[in-house]
Design a protein around this ligand. Structure first.
Ligand SMILES: Nc1ncnc2c1ncn2[C@@H]1O[C@H](COP(=O)(O)OP(=O)(O)OP(=O)(O)O)[C@@H](O)[C@H]1O
Ligand SMILES: [Mg+2]
Length: 496
């Protein structure tokens, strides 16, 4: 890609970017939230038209007008925000579009499902080809996106944050597959905010900042620290200091909880946990082991089959979400686009989504636009949300900036803060910031329940770590006694 430039209203997303990817190479593309990574890759995939610049493949300039063009040229992409059809099954989603590649052919569902199963097995993914996508968690959808891209056997494979909600073990499996594809001659562009991953998997690394290429590095000749500093333009501390916790009274208590998922399977099967004021309890587990249903049952989005949820000593099992929220809960959902934001609304409305009906944002039936705008400006500044202003639609923000907006809104003075994958897709600088804020909340007396597929994040933040497997707690560790290996094994197998 040569001299690629793309302007959006108020934003120069790509500023004369040059990117060279060789045959049989894994090329990592790094940059902070809003740097222009997804935009550049969307241009390659024909989703966005560049204002300037050209794309050259095998020595000749090409025009890629739309994704069908890109697919026909052998370009595959795993999208940061999944582009799956919710009402179709996993198998249908994976095959969709792939049948176009070879002209009109009959859809061989049996054969398709067999190939999908084989691929999933190779990757170590437990996905059911017959499941409807709308019934899957983000973690599972991420796996479907990856299988979909690999199913098509692309020559150029773009992976936009493929590992954001995967466990370390799953990431290893994917890396094995990516290395094999590379050795067979596939060119791979790999985007991630996990710098250690980029260093492990990449043959070369390109760093962009605010739409401009900052440099190219060989993994052997650089370090996480150098990459972080290059991305952010200042020195980033990769570790957050955490003083000891001073846990107070029990704020959240979950007892004997049983919950079904959308497919009618009981995924939370008799779960107990408690979180105290001034304490961060981390729930570690492979996605799909009941974390999502657990969190949804606590916040009132899902009715439990049995068991009790108690907040500050009061039973709130099965209450509607707003009532539960009003008891003092902040909640960062795992799926920012589905549950965290209204993408079609401007940022200012999104900043008050959970309290627009209360003063100072409303007086009776009257909305106070000025108060709402002031709140939005304050949050945008405090959390460094990169945007031309509070009046743009949330859909135009980059993935990480959407996430920052949700986090900004939910962190506050609540008694309980529930964080489900809070730094998914967030760059190193902002992750550092959010981790500091989470610890500051704890120190101010908030009870924090942290659910994350990122074991490093769990280990870094939690005072107590629970491992969840098949809907039950199978391990309970004190931060001091937590061993990475044992937790990893418990996550994968339910026993160590
Ligand atoms: N459709 C759009 N309309 C307006 N602005 C946009 C649009 N798409 C992207 N942008 C802006 O372009 C810039 C680059 O966004 P992009 O999504 O490429 O960032 P990114 O590097 O992928 O970030 P992240 O790590 O958060 O995913 C951002 O400032 C974003 O707000
Ligand atoms: Mg992006």
């Amino acid at each position: 890609m040569r001299g690629i430039t793309k302007r959006f209203p108020g934003t120069l997303a790509n500023d004369h970017i040059d990117l060279t990817v060789r045959r049989g190479e894994i090329h990592a593309l790094l940059g902070e939230n809003g740097a222009g990574k997804t935009t550049l890759m969307n241009i390659l995939y024909g989703l966005v038209a560049p204002d300037e610049g050209e794309i050259v493949m095998d020595g000749s300039p090409v025009t890629i007008g739309d994704p069908a063009d890109a697919i026909a040229r052998g370009i595959g992409m795993v999208h940061q925000h999944f582009m799956l059809v919710p009402v179709l099954t996993v198998a249908e989603n994976v095959m969709l579009g792939a049948e176009v590649m070879n002209g009109p052919v009959l859809l061989d569902r049996g054969e398709g499902a067999r190939r999908i199963r084989a691929l999933a097995e190779q990757l170590g993914f437990a996905i059911d080809p017959g499941a409807r996508v709308e019934q899957l968690s983000v973690g599972q959808q991420q796996r479907v996106e990856i299988v979909k891209a690999l199913y098509r056997r692309a020559r150029i494979l773009v992976l936009d944050e493929p590992t954001a909600v995967l466990t370390p073990q799953e990431t290893d499996e994917i890396f094995t597959v990516l290395r094999r594809l590379r050795d067979e001659g596939t060119s791979i562009v790999f985007i991630s905010h996990k710098l250690d991953e980029a260093l492990r998997i990449a043959d070369r690394i390109t760093v962009i900042r605010r739409g401009t290429v900052m440099g190219e590095r060989a993994p052997a000749a650089t370090s996480e620290q150098e990459l972080a500093d290059l991305m952010v333009g200042r020195s980033v501390s990769l570790r957050v200091d955490r003083g000891v916790a001073h846990p107070g009274e029990v704020v959240l208590e979950v007892a004997g909880l049983r919950v079904k998922d959308d497919r009618g399977h009981e995924t939370v099967r008799g779960l107990d946990l408690s979180v105290r004021a001034g304490q961060i309890v981390g729930v570690a587990g492979v996605a799909g082991n009941g974390q999502e249903e657990l969190v949804e049952a606590i916040v009132g989005l899902r009715k439990p089959l049995a068991g009790r949820v108690t907040l500050r000593g009061q039973d709130c099992t099965g209450e509607p979400p707003r009532r539960i929220r009003d008891r003092g809960i902040g909640y960062v959902p795992a799926d920012r686009q589905r549950y965290g934001l209204v993408l079609a609304f401007p940022l200012d409305d999104n900043c008050v989504l959970t309290e627009y009906q209360k003063p100072p944002y409303a007086r009776g039936m009257i909305r106070d636009d000025r108060a709402i705008r002031a709140r939005a400006d304050e949050l945008i500044a405090a959390y460094d949300v990169r945007t031309p202003g509070a009046d743009v639609r949330a859909a135009t923000l980059s993935g990480g900036n959407q996430q920052k907006l949700v986090v900004a809104r939910e962190f506050g003075d609540d008694a309980l803060l529930i964080l489900d994958q809070p730094t998914r897709g967030i760059d190193v600088g902002s992750t550092e910031f959010i981790h500091r804020r989470a610890i500051a909340q704890r120190d101010a007396g908030t009870a924090v329940l942290l659910v994350s597929a990122d074991l490093d994040e769990i280990l870094e933040l939690s005072d107590r770590i629970l491992v969840i497997h098949r809907g039950r707690v199978v391990g309970d560790f004190d931060a001091a006694s937590a061993e990475r290996e044992r937790i990893g094994l418990l996550m994968a197998r339910g026993a160590a």
